[in-house]
Design a protein around this ligand. Structure first.
Ligand SMILES: NC(=O)C1=CN([C@@H]2O[C@H](COP(=O)(O)OP(=O)(O)OC[C@H]3O[C@@H](n4cnc5c(N)ncnc54)[C@H](O)[C@@H]3O)[C@@H](O)[C@H]2O)C=CC1
Ligand SMILES: O=C(CO)COP(=O)(O)O
Length: 357
């Protein structure tokens, strides 16, 4: 008899904890093929005098990152990532993207060579030579295992409350589709599997930049029509970004949950939007507001805007992506936020002749 598949969740923040709840319950309901214990790596910290791992293992709540949500008892918090990942068959990577290299370094040579990974991480990695890498590429290259991506319109607190939503799993290896769908799907978290892993992941990363723009528009006092324009122009830049840098990309993937749906939910309900609005209203830095407003949770939009700009600047292509470029420059204090409206008004999408006619 084939041995049961052991699952490890690498990360335990807001989304990491919400997904551990789903996966923990799903493995209990499907003891073939899954092992019933789900190990969850926790970046150890002290919360109100107790270790976070101890709180999770005794009280079954991540009081810091997902308060008020009961985690299944078979989700076991482990402070050493090597111990957590040991012998795992499926590694679910779900941590802020700025930490992924450091964590993979610790896991180098320690993961089961037959394991598969799935990345829930939104962002890019800057590469030598002026380009960027997908986070799944970093995982594949550093750990030498295949990696799929799960992205979607999935604000963690809502998913944790079991409010209906959808997600997209992008795969490169066909056989991973059914296994991962069984691991993640519930009656309130519906999964579509597609073979366009790259676009799934690129959408998840880029929409966080647009959400920062949506927050700027909100902070400047504009209404829903303006935000819809930010969303539309952002979507056009996301599509163009895939056309230019990932020509194998399939445009129909933008219609999956990882595309338009995630863009919309993040521009209305996400942390990037919220902090960007406060940035305009308070004049404080993004870093200060992240620390003040998010209680340890991390923003992905501003660093992703930097990563994208790093490549665009190197390729002398900033003017082809004026929305992404303006958002980066505003975050860095190189452009006044009031100029954001000029960026929208003068966007090449409005220039004639319209390139699509
Ligand atoms: N929260 C959400 O609603 C959603 C988040 N995501 C994505 O999932 C990924 C993870 O996000 P969250 O789980 O929300 O994380 P989070 O934003 O709650 O981040 C906090 C986590 O980072 C850890 N951390 C802090 N310093 C660290 C360090 N030096 N090294 C390693 N870990 C450290 C903390 O221990 C905590 O687990 C991100 O890429 C995010 O874009 C995707 C969908 C929804
Ligand atoms: O990715 C998300 C929803 O799918 C969450 O977005 P924020 O990081 O802006 O909260």
């Amino acid at each position: 008899m084939a041995s049961k598949k052991k699952v490890c969740v690498v990360g335990s923040g807001n989304w990491g904890s919400a997904i551990a709840k789903i996966v923990g319950n799903n493995v209990l309901a499907q003891t073939d093929p899954f092992d019933t214990e789900v190990r969850m790596w926790v970046f150890e910290e002290t919360v109100e005098g107790r270790k976070l791992t101890e709180i999770i293992n005794n009280d079954h709540v991540n009081v810091k990152y997902l308060p008020g949500i009961q985690l299944p008892k078979n989700v076991v918090a482990i402070p050493d990532v090597k111990d957590a990942a040991e012998n795992a068959d499926i590694l679910i990577f779900v941590l802020p993207h700025q930490f992924v290299r450091g964590v993979c370094k610790q896991l180098d040579g320690k993961v089961n060579p037959g394991a598969i990974a799935v990345s829930l991480i939104k962002g890019f990695d800057v590469a030598d030579g002026g380009g960027i890498l997908l986070i799944s590429d970093v995982i594949r290259e550093m750990l030498k295992i295949p990696c799929a991506a799960l992205m979607g319109a999935n604000i963690a607190n809502e998913v944790a409350k079991e409010n209906y939503c959808e997600a997209t799993i992008g795969i490169k290896v066909k056989e991973h589709g059914p296994l991962l769908k069984d691991l993640f799907q519930t009656d309130y978290f519906r999964i579509v599997v597609c073979d366009d892993e790259t676009t799934v992941e690129v959408c998840g990363a880029l929409k966080n930049i647009v959400a920062v723009g949506a927050g700027f528009a909100d902070g400047l006092g504009y209404g829903d029509n303006t935000k819809a324009a930010v969303i539309r122009l952002g979507l056009m830049e996301m599509i163009k970004f895939c056309e230019v840098f990932y020509p194998e990309s399939n445009q129909s993937t933008f219609l999956e949950s990882c595309g338009v749906a995630d863009l919309v939910t993040t521009c209305y309900g996400g942390r990037n939007r919220k902090v960007a609005e406060a940035f305009v209203k308070t004049g404080k830095s993004i870093e200060a507001l992240e620390a003040e407003m998010l209680n340890g949770q991390k923003l992905q939009g501003p660093p992703t805007a930097y990563e994208v700009n790093y490549m665009l600047k190197n390729k002398k292509m900033e003017d082809r992506f004026p929305l992404f470029t303006a958002i980066h420059n505003i975050c860095k204090g190189n452009l006044e936020v009031q100029k954001f409206m000029d960026c929208l008004k003068n966007h090449p999408e409005h220039m004639s002749p319209n390139p699509r006619l």
